[in-house]
Every structure is written in C-alpha cells, then in structure tokens.
Design a protein around this ligand. Structure first.
Ligand code: SF4
Length: 417
C-alpha cells in the first residue's frame, strides 16, 4: 500500500485556509498529477492523503489538528497508505509535529518561487483561478502571524506570472483573481502592479481580472485608472481595513492607514460610482472599549461597504498584540462581531433590494451557479440560475442574468442572454 512520491497512485485532498494557501497546494497537487498520480474518486480512500493546513488564528489551528487526526484515523483503518501534512501549521509549529507520529511527511510552505506545473491544477474548478503574484508581507500589524509564517515580501517574477496567466486563459479560465498578502507592493525591475496588469490585459480572450486584498492606503491613482479603462478589470476592491478608530489602528500598527480606513469606501465610490467595495473588520482588539466599538459601528454604517466579513480578535503566539493590555473578553469580542454582521445584514438588505429586477453580466462557475463582477469567489455569495436558459448555460460562459430574489447573501436570477 505504501508508496513514495515517485510512484503513481491516488490522492485524497484536504484544503484548509485562504486562497493564497490553496494556490501553494494546487501547485503541489499539479506536480503529483504530472507524474501520473490521480485524484481519488472516493476522498476517504487513497494511497496518499495530502492535508494542506492553515494556522493564522487559533480556530484555524484547531481545525488543522482535527483534520490531521481524522486523516490519521483513516490511515489506521487502512483507508490511506500515507498522510502528508503541508502549509502554515507545520511551518509555524514545528514542535507540535511530535504529537502526530503517524504523519509520514511534513512539508512547510514553499520557499522561493517554484514554477507551477502548467496547465495548472485548479481546486476552484476551471472557470476561475487565483493568480498569486507575491509571497510574505513587510507590514507588521501587531496581531498578525503571517509575517512569522511567510516571511518578508517577495514578488514573483513577471515572466512567471504572465506564463501562468496565459496558460489559464488558454485552458478556459474566465476570471483571474490576482492575490498576494499585499498586491499593491508588487515589483519586478521597472514594472509595478499596474504595468503587470496592463501586460495581462494584452492576453487575448474574454476574461475578468480581479485584484484582491489591498492595504487601505496603497491603492494608487494609476490602479484606479487601470480599473476604469482596462477591458478585463472588474470594478471591485477588497480593502481589509480591520478597524476605523485611530487609537485602535495605532495599536494595530496600522496608523498610516487611518485616513484611508475611515474614508476609503466613500472616496472610491465618488471616483468609480458603480464600484463594489469589500472589507474585513476585527472586533475585540486590545484597547477596543465599548465607546470605540460603537464609534466603529457608526463609521461602518456611514461607509456602507457592499460586502463585509468580521472576526473576533484572537491573541496569537509570537505577535506583539498578544501581550497588550486592555484585553477584551472573548465573549465580548464575539458578541461585537455578531453586532457588526447584524448591521451589515441590514445594509445588504437595502443594497440587494435595489439590484432586483436589473440585469448584470455574470460568469457561470458551476452548473446552475454564476457570479457577477460584484461577487468575488468564496466570500461574497453567488447567483443561482433558474429557468430554461439557466440550465443551458455552460461553466465558463458569460451570461446576462436578471436578479429575481435575494436569499441571504445570494441571489436567484434568470438568464436573459
Ligand atoms: S498587512 Fe495583512 S498580512 Fe501583512 S501584517 Fe498586516 S494583516 Fe498581516
């Protein structure tokens, strides 16, 4: 049953964590497939189970440990020949490996740039893909463990990015989601992010380009001009502001982003009226008093983000904030997270109601499921397609959908063209 990686066999996959982590995993899987390995049709039986982990915050670490235990249990029952664990968990906690003696191999995060095997394997299906352009982060937000795990910022060479982008479009990909911890900092010689995006624009074909995760004060005028003039750009930005109160942002070591964090959504909407703006908010950071929380809530109501994700602060080993005074109880942080999301639901109800009856261009990403420009993959909801035309739409098609109903953060719509 046991095989080493040069032999062929079947793979079971467990993918945890963010899109950036998933890209590393895809590259690893792609290398196996190139050698003749196959993905097992039954995920509970395979020669090798690959578990790609996250350890950004405590719940992610607990999830990683639970998945490793589950895989080892299946190995003990004879369902898996080997269990290999990769990603942020073994990178961040090498000392915890001893707790899982049944793991056959531990791989951390990939070091340096490795060319992804082309055509790339995509966990996301073939209509859209994540295109990773850099690794690591030079910001030092006091709550964040990412620089400890992923190191300093390294830009991926332009030629390598363009090679992958072309291969993706040639193999039917219709949406390139450009990702990095801090995409605006990308550089290769004289090229910056905007010149890279202009090069991607030269690739022939009908496809969208979406740039995700911008540090709030790094959005440049050039970038916005690109977004407004490119034939491929979607008018969408994801700027995780984390908080809006200057005293809290200062403690987060995000003081240079204060102004942008308080006004980004409004400023962007003034320049690009139909833009979609997403953000992420953290509640219960040390020093977030009740009054400061209320101030943030009021700021968020004023800014009216189109999409918003909130999570309760969790003190992470090795980060500065873990030793800060002014701690907020976990249950208070979680209650505030729920309040932020409740307010966002109200904002969304009004925003989504205004979209009903209108028709939008959308990309079919799975059978009967499409996403509009205003919906990023994995986080913003989808449009479920109804009607005769909906069942004819093929994955990878661009269609025109008229929105009929809202269901939570999703829509139901009919294909009108
Ligand atoms: S910018 Fe993002 S990845 Fe970088 S340290 Fe801050 S939170 Fe972490």
């Amino acid at each position: 049953m046991k095989k080493n990686c040069t032999e062929k066999g079947t793979l079971a996959l467990v993918s945890l964590g963010c899109a950036k982590n998933a890209v590393d995993f895809q590259n690893r899987i792609g290398a196996y497939l190139k050698k003749g390995w196959k993905i097992s049709e039954d995920p509970d039986h395979a020669d090798v189970c690959l578990v790609n982990t996250c350890s950004f915050i405590a719940p992610a670490r607990e999830e990683a440990e639970a998945e490793i235990r589950r895989a080892l249990e299946l190995k003990r029952c004879g369902n898996y020949g080997k269990v290999i664990v990769s990603g942020c968990y073994p990178e961040r906690y090498p000392e915890r490996r001893d707790a899982f003696p049944g793991v056959d191999d531990w791989l951390g995060v990939p070091k340096g740039w490795q060319e992804p095997p082309l055509p790339a394997f995509r966990l996301s299906g073939f209509a859209h893909a994540y295109l990773k352009i850099a690794e690591g982060c030079n910001h030092r937000c006091t709550y964040c463990a990412i620089p400890l795990i992923r190191g300093r910022y390294t830009s991926r060479p332009m030629a390598s990015i363009l090679r992958e982008a072309r291969a993706l479009v040639e193999t039917g990909c219709r949406e390139l989601n450009v990702i990095a911890q801090d995409p605006m900092r990308w550089k290769d010689g004289k090229h910056n992010l905007v010149s890279l995006l202009r090069e991607i624009d030269r690739i022939k074909g009908d496809f969208w380009v979406r740039v995700l995760y911008s540090y709030p004060n790094e959005l440049t005028e050039d970038f916005i001009v690109w977004m407004m003039t490119s034939p491929h750009a979607v008018k969408y930005v994801d700027i995780p502001i984390q908080h809006t109160v200057p005293a809290v942002l200062e403690k987060m070591n995000r003081a240079r982003a204060v102004e942008a964090s308080r006004s980004a959504a409004e400023v962007l909407r003034e320049i690009v009226p139909d833009i979609t703006v997403r953000t992420t908010i953290m509640t219960g950071f040390p020093g977030e008093t009740e009054a400061r929380f209320k101030e943030m809530l009021a700021d968020l109501k004023r800014m009216q983000f189109d999409h918003l994700g909130a999570f309760a602060y969790s003190p992470e080993e090795g980060t500065k904030a873990a030793s800060f005074r002014g701690k907020v109880k976990r249950e208070v942080a979680e209650a505030r997270e729920r309040l932020v999301m409740k307010q966002q639901e109200e904002i969304w109800k009004l925003k989504s109601a205004r979209m009903l009856g209108k028709a939008f261009r959308a990309l079919v990403v799975a059978r009967g499921v499409a996403r509009m420009e205003s919906q990023a993959p994995d986080v913003d909801g989808v449009v479920f397609l109804t009607g005769r035309n909906g069942s004819f739409a093929q994955v990878g098609d661009f269609v025109k959908v008229q929105l009929m109903e809202v269901e939570g953060f999703d829509f139901i719509g009919k294909v009108v063209r």
